[in-house]
Each structure stands twice: as C-alpha cells, then as structure tokens.
Design a binder for this molecule. Sequence first.
Ligand code: GLU
Length: 431
Amino acid sequence: MVRVRIAPSPTGSPHIGTAWQALFDFVFAKKNNGKFILRLEDTDRERYVPESVEQIYETLRWLGLEYNEGPDVGGEFGPYIQSERLDIYKKHANDLLEKGLAYKDEGALRFKIEKAGQTTWHDLVGDKDITFENQTQEDFIILKSDGYPTYNFANVVDDYLMRITHVIRGNEFISSTPKHLMIYQAFGWTPPQFAHLPVLVGSDRSKLSKRHGAKSALEFRSEGFLKESVLNFLSLLGWSHPEGKEVFSIEEMIKLFDFKDVNIASAYFDITKLEWLNGEYIRKMTNEDLTKRLQEFLASHPAKEKIAPVVPLVKERIKKLSDFVPLTDFLFEKPEYDKAQFEKLNIKNVKESLEKILEKLEAMERPWKTEVFEKTFRELAEELGLSASQMFQLIRVAVSGQTVTPPLFESIEILGEEETLKRVAYLIALW
Ligand code: GLU
C-alpha cells in the first residue's frame, strides 16, 4: 500500500511550492490507489504562525488535493500534529540513548554519526543513486532542551510510524536525507523510497521567490486564478506529459504519471504561462459554469446576481476572474469620468460631438439595432470629420468612462437605452 505525505511547517500561508509538492504526492497516491496524508511539522515554536494551520487546510481543499488522513480528518496513525506527539519522540530518543547511539550534551540530545563508510539511496527522480560520505556529517541534535524534537528526528520517526512508503519532497532536503537514513538504520527500520523534486527557479534562474510572482497559494486564488489551471501549471513544473501536451486535467496526469517523466533539471516558474493557461481554462468553460465561478469569486460584488448576460461578452477578454471587475464595473454603476480619457481620442470638439451623438441616439428607432447603430454613427463620424474608430471610441468612453470595454453595442444593450441616454446627457452637462 502506497502511503505518501506532505509535511508542511505552519510558519505562514503555504507557498505555491508546497501546493506543488502536495500535487505530486496526491497524484502518486491516486495513481497507486494509495493514501495521501497531511502532517503538520510545528516543532519550530519560534516560527510557528497559528493562522497558517487553517491556511494549509484551505489551500489543499481549494485545489481539491484531499488528504485521507490528517489533523482535521483523523486517521489511525495520528495525532498528525507533531507538537501533540512529544512523548513519542522522547521515547524514541531515549531508545537511541540507551543503545549508545545518541548522547547528551549541554542540554540537548545528539545523534552520534558513524563516520566510516557511505550512505546511499536510489532517488526516484532521475532514477539514480545519491551517495554521501558519512564523514561529511556532524553529530546532530535530535531532541532540544525544550523537549521538542528537531525536524530531522521527528520527520523520520513519524514517516516510520505513519508507514510512509515514499517521501516526495523538495530538492533542498537532499542534504538532510543521509541523516534521515542514519536514523532509520540506528532503529533498524526499513527506510521509505525518496523522490527529490527539482528546484523551482524564477525567470532569472535564481531560486523561486515572491519577486518572481510566486506567492502563497491562496493569493493565486484571490487574484482570480482557477484551481484547474493552477494544478495544470504546477504539474508542468518538473513533469512533462508524455505526448508533450500543455493543457490537461489532473485526472489525465494521474493516469499517466511516472517518476521517469520527472526532470532533474530546475523547473522554470513562468507566471505568464499560468496566466495564459488560466485564460484557456476560462474560455473552455461553459457560460453557465463561468458565471457560477465568477459569482463565487465576486462574493461581495453588489451586482453579482446580474452578471450572467455580461459573461459571454468578456469570456474572450479575461485571463483571470479578477479581470472581470474593471472591465464590467461600468455596466453596474455610473462611471467616474476623467477628461484625460477623452483627450486620448484626439477629437477637437468633444462636447459638440457628444451633443450630436445624443441627438442621434434619441432619434434612433427603439429597440436599437446593431446595424442601424453602426450606420448612424459611421455617417455622423463622416459629417463631423472623425474616423469611425474615433466615433465609436468616443461613444465607448461616454457610456463607460473607459477606453477598453466588452463589445460596444452589446454593452449598450445590457446597459439599456435609458441609462445610455442618461449617461451621455450627464456627461454633456458636466463638460
Ligand atoms: N517540514 C518540512 C517542510 O517544511 C518537511 C520536509 C519533508 O517533506 O521532509 O517542508
């Protein structure tokens, strides 16, 4: 039975890199009909941030990376929070002390390194042996004077007791792995298999950080990214679809996943790719689905019940759910006009042109029809010595207060004839 775990330390809202590791755990567990476990490694009390516990649950839930065992769902190998397992570590540390494999110094308990020989494991990523000379390792602390274990010790004891079969984690832990293997050996336990995922790097090839657009996973949600595109994007970090596909579901990844397709080379985190993917997913959605997603996302938007007719107009134009708001706000509330928007149009007599526009709109037979609208304002443009695009831009800014909107006539249809007339009249009065 495959059992894998994600073991984040609750030191802040989980980084997108934690979600990335969790995805690989989840996929590997599903692929093998195994179990995915969440364990909180909260033994570093100075860095402990209580709110981050909920944020870890929330991140995994949002992405649909449901765990079979964990602090808030239970399981037969709990507790799944390390600070609730202190007795277990103490007992195991004492076992090593009694066997003479650990010793006390200045208040802490240290593991004694057997300096002769080498420590080797076969890493699933890259399908290769990794070897460390034991003499490069120093005796290390396993139990601190405050009674808390160190990461190295608690991690091994828990992976063993929780029957973890595969440890899938970031590359930065490679240097800890020989220590872990030495602890397994000291206890006479069979170690799990290890898979160290490649390093994530940003656009300048340096280690991924905030300035590359890599934020906490939940920030991606609040910025309007869809969980489907985030998962798809994360799956492409370090793994490639055997047919080279770029857009695919997590179910497809589960079907195809094999560690042999995980690259050892650094994975390049390209935020523009995520934006592109998100736009692809938005366009693939039905209007009904997208409306629902937008309504969830715009939970506190005053007009969220009225957005359905607007959705088809913006579907091609938004990359993130959050793009919906600036693009469509004018449909739900009066715009704030800014003369600078009109200056950009390079029209000499804005006020007179607006007056003519208002006249034509008032005279146009109701309900307004797109062909009549087009023809009327092309003619008016000619009459006023404007290009057609200047004319339509002027109408656009007059009804919306902005230069970029969904298609003009459709927007006006949604806005309604009365509201459109009101806005143009108001603007003239304001001028
Ligand atoms: N607590 C470690 C972390 O924060 C776990 C590393 C591991 O998976 O062994 O990433």
